[in-house]
Design a protein around this ligand. Structure first.
Ligand code: C5P
Length: 397
């Protein structure tokens, strides 16, 4: 098999030092890296550093005459799995959003073919990130099919704090590995629920839970990376839509149920990751509830919500159904009972207090053949393992 290769574009930003580590990790993962630097990038890290880490020549100049027979701005992306620009400065992204090509990196981005996706890991000061012009460029890039990875949030090199930090090298490695993921769900239709639901009490109050949606979104991304057509029905979250995924936003369990009913026809896999509220408030108050000094207590009467997963699993010709069980105690016994009760072939068990809101998780897959414990890992890496497991259990098309 030909070795996987990517083009790593480095534009001018202090986060360029993290890209050195990224090259090391990519090479270690067996992925060849051709580094292309802008002039500004070379002010932060020397080309020799990238050359030593990648073990390949580094490219900085559109007029480089090293290889007289080929043109670097054309040849480098041919056969490459992707172009990843990390760090992607505000200036470089503005350039790509406009289709400019005035140095080697911007020119090869413009000259790449459709089979070579462009990924960008923004890195800049928080004010630059929030500037209207940057926001507009981000929308343009996303609309053009560019995959934006991050940025993260936190302390910045300039001393300020906020959005704009480049993702860590290990996270970027995960995204590249995802691209290289085997297309085990090619041509399959997958429906996924994610996030919490919100059950209204009055116009401004809701009953909800602390689900962040991270696991469901990671599963949606992993399914899309595996070649599936993915529809994600999501409760309220603060997460960006995974690349290549169609997202339908809902709030209540009933809305989620209606959206699933509308989308389930033709789906071959249904993965219910959402933490659906078990109950809704029976008497929604059109008026905001007032504090009543005479009654120190308040009783809300609740009614049960439909069980979306059990409903899908009970339909004739149901898709392959996967459920999640978040339990605070007796995890595996409860999870096994839940799998039987819901009548589903695969259930993912996780400890509730471990799973909610965090970036990593520890899960056990339970199917007809028994329990399969997966080692603790990031939600994205676990999602990829889950998708691989589902693909093995799916009946052939
Ligand atoms: O019964 P429990 O809520 O613990 O089951 C969890 C699993 O069932 C999850 O996969 C969840 O998405 C799904 N579920 C559902 N509809 C509900 C409740 C749970 O689809 N109303």
């Amino acid at each position: 098999m030909k070795q996987a290769r990517i083009v790593l574009g480095v534009s001018g930003g202090i986060a360029a030092y993290k890209s050195c580590e990224l090259v090391r990790l990519l090479v270690k993962a067996g992925i060849a890296v051709d580094v292309v630097m802008t002039e500004a990038a070379t002010r932060f890290v020397g080309p020799a550093t990238f050359q030593a880490l990648s073990g390949r020549p580094v490219w900085t100049d559109l007029w480089d005459a090293r290889d007289a027979k080929s043109m670097a701005h054309i040849e480098l992306t041919r056969g490459a799995m992707a172009v990843l620009v990390a760090p992607a400065s505000a200036d470089f992204m503005a350039k790509v959003a406009c289709g400019l090509a005035d140095d080697l990196l911007s020119t090869l981005v413009l000259a790449r073919r459709a089979d070579c996706p462009l990924l960008m890991a923004p890195a800049m000061n928080v004010e630059m990130w929030q500037q209207a012009s940057t926001r507009r460029n981000m929308r343009t890039l996303a609309g053009d099919g560019v995959r934006l990875l991050g940025p993260g949030s936190g302390d910045q090199a300039c001393g300020e704090t906020g959005d704009g930090r480049m993702l860590e090298a290990v996270e970027l490695l995960g995204h590249v590995q995802a691209l290289a993921a085997p297309k085990v769900l090619e041509g399959r239709r997958v429906l996924i629920t994610a996030g919490p639901t919100e059950e209204p009490i009055d116009p401004v109050r809701v009953i909800t839970n602390t689900s962040s949606g991270k696991m469901g979104y990671a599963v949606a991304q992993a399914a899309a990376d595996a070649g599936a057509t993915v529809c994600l029905v999501s409760g309220p979250t603060a997460l960006p839509t995974p690349a290549g995924v169609t997202r339908i936003d809902v709030k209540t369990a009933h809305q989620m149920f209606e959206a699933v009913k509308a989308q389930v026809a033709g789906a071959e896999v249904f993965i219910a990751v959402a933490a659906v509220a078990d109950y809704h408030v029976k008497q929604y108050s059109e008026k905001k509830l007032k504090k009543d000094e005479r009654h120190p207590g308040l009783t809300l009467e609740l009614a049960q919500n439909p069980d979306i997963l059990a409903w899908v699993a009970s339909q004739p010709g149901a898709p392959f159904c996967v459920g999640f069980a978040a339990e605070s105690h007796d995890l595996l016994q409860n999870a096994e009972a839940k799998r039987k009760r819901k009548g589903i072939p695969l259930l993912v068990a996780n400890q509730a207090q471990d799973a909610f809101g965090r970036d990593d998780n520890e899960i056990t897959l339970i199917d007809d053949t028994g329990r399969h414990a997966l080692p603790r890992g990031s939600k994205s890496s676990l999602a990829r393992l889950l998708i691989a497991h589902i693909a093995e259990l799916l009946p052939p098309t």
